[in-house]
Design a protein around this ligand. Structure first.
Ligand SMILES: C[S@@+](CC[C@H](N)C(=O)[O-])C[C@H]1O[C@@H](n2cnc3c(N)ncnc32)[C@H](O)[C@@H]1O
Length: 314
């Protein structure tokens, strides 16, 4: 039996599995395994694109009858509750049996159930010869609203990656002061604001800054966007994210990459950089070292990939 406060249920596309592992490593200090993660650290599932649900464990036992007694002793009293069975891999419980289990749970809870608009959802699952019961918190997918932001470009980073970058960078610490050093229309900033982080953005292009501000205010987020070359930023931040300009195949563009990384390293000790090319030399030459790395393939049939580099001062 795993003693844990929370069980996280994950789902992700095969192309994103390394990104998901990197995210879980920085949020929970462990990698997600078999789409499950047991931890005492509390994270809101809606802060991640990969966490579908969180179970706040109230009781657990290897024996079903003992678990039911433990649930009775909790004296739960909830009007408008719902009980759901969470099927996990290698749980051989059939559908009919799961309904009987839900009925048993229903009898342990005082109050009338509401299947359609529940105030609270309880769930039970069976994993590795142990039963776990508790409150189910679902990812509300409210962040999908950002897909309808007023200004967007096809080259903007996708929301899943944007959310992960924020999580890898801030590691769940809401006191972290973040900088989006090349913010464009603010895709990353929107996810940081949604998750309750303090973030500021900067971009050399005034039109993109104007659009980022419009995007942020459209969702009532408050965050500063500065029209500036990153080299002119003087304020220091706990950590920064750089989504580097693409189409970096000429020598001049390599200079730009180095310029952006080196300038950002002057205002922070920790950086998450997204690139389409190998930038290890530029990271090294900026006085940084790569402490974590992963590749996100775009679709199964393309060669296009994004490289995510976590760097810290040497
Ligand atoms: C790949 S785009 C970022 C896109 C952004 N993540 C979004 O979703 O819209 C790279 C951005 O870097 C900005 N940029 C290029 N050189 C810069 C510099 N020296 N300082 C700040 N921003 C710069 C460009 O204007 C561009 O908006």
């Amino acid at each position: 039996m795993i003693k844990t406060k929370y069980i996280y249920f994950y789902n992700y596309d095969v192309n994103e599995s390394d990104l998901c592992k990197l995210e879980s490593k920085h949020l929970f200090d462990q990698e997600v395994k078999n789409k499950l993660l047991f931890s005492d650290i509390i994270i809101n599932p809606s802060c991640s694109a990969f966490i579908k649900k969180r179970l706040d464990v109230l009781a657990s036992d290897s024996q079903y009858s003992v678990l039911i007694n433990k649930i009775k002793k909790l004296n739960i009293c909830d009007e408008g509750f719902k009980a759901e069975y969470t099927f996990l891999e290698r749980d051989s419980t059939g559908y009919r049996e799961s309904l009987k289990i839900l009925k048993d749970i229903g009898y342990c809870i005082e109050g009338n159930p509401d299947y359609y608009k529940p105030n609270i959802i309880y769930t039970i699952c069976f994993y590795n010869n142990c039963w776990y019961f508790g409150i189910l918190i679902k990812n509300n997918f409210d962040w999908h609203k950002h897909k309808q932001k007023p200004f967007s470009y096809s080259s903007s980073i996708n929301i899943t990656i944007a959310k992960s970058l924020v999580n890898i960078d801030a590691e769940g610490n809401k006191d972290t002061q973040l900088l989006d050093a090349c913010c464009g229309v603010g895709t990353i900033m929107l996810e940081a604001c949604f998750s309750g982080y303090t973030i500021e953005g900067c971009d050399i292009n005034w039109k993109l800054c104007h659009q980022a501000r419009k995007n942020l205010s459209h969702f009532n987020y408050k965050a500063s966007v500065l029209v500036s070359d990153i080299k002119d930023i003087r304020k220091c931040y706990d950590t920064a994210i750089i989504d580097l300009p693409y189409n970096l195949f000429s020598h001049a563009d390599e200079n730009l990459v180095f310029h952006i990384i080196k300038s950002t390293a002057k205002v922070t000790n920790r950086l998450v950089v997204v690139s389409t090319i190998d930038i290890s030399e530029h990271i090294n030459n900026s006085g940084l070292q790569v402490t974590d790395f992963c590749v996100v393939q775009k679709g199964r049939k393309t060669n296009f990939s994004r490289k995510i580099w976590l760097c810290e001062k040497k």
